[in-house]
Ligand binder design. Structure first.
Ligand code: PNS
Length: 166
């Protein structure tokens, strides 16, 4: 079986991620969305919440599954007998770091990385920008699926209701 892993923080998953996942699902027998836990990165959503959202919005693709991992991506690949990573490339600004990681992953465990160019309609999109715009009350409904929007608004509202830190 031809399997590929699509890794990321998915904090939260956007239409840009889904575009890559959907297109990968037509090229591979199975696509695994790997929600990565990075202990040094502060996320808005827990790993369980990020997985739930990813599951919810990818449920129409029968060959897409969701998993999580804390540690090196190549160790996930080896533990699950997956030899290929797929990454979306938005612009040249993504390229340097993605190239470096792909070469390191090849060196570490002989895991290949394939880059898929993001649809032009999503080339400017990132989870960080979506969170920033939403936190200032901007409309992000065209960038994230409806169930994700509901959770994002609820999370931002609950954070806004907290007393300010001094
Ligand atoms: O959505 P992100 O935060 O841009 O995704 C980056 C991610 C999680 C795919 C990348 O940081 C990663 O692969 N992290 C896992 C740890 C790891 O394997 N680090 C070494 C990379 S060469």
């Amino acid at each position: 079986m031809n399997r590929v892993v699509c890794p990321g923080s998915f904090d939260p998953i956007t239409f840009g991620h889904l575009d890559i996942i959907a297109r990968a699902s037509s090229l591979f027998d199975e696509v695994v969305i790997a929600v990565m836990v990075n202990k040094t990165k502060k996320t808005l959503f827990t790993v369980e919440e990020r997985m739930e959202m990813a599951r919810e919005v990818s449920s129409k693709y029968p060959n897409v599954k969701v998993d999580s991992w804390s540690g090196l991506l190549v160790d996930y690949c080896k533990a699950n007998s997956i030899n290929t990573i797929i990454k979306g490339l938005r612009a040249v600004t993504d390229f340097d770091y993605e190239l470096q990681m792909s070469q390191m992953n090849l060196q570490l465990q002989n895991v290949e990385t394939l880059f898929m160019s993001t649809s032009p309609s999503h080339s400017f999109l990132s989870s960080s920008l979506v969170k920033e715009i939403a936190s200032y009350g901007g409309d992000v409904s065209s960038y994230i699926p409806a169930p994700v929007l509901v959770r994002l608004k609820a999370r931002l509202d609950s954070l806004a209701a907290l007393p300010e830190e001094k």
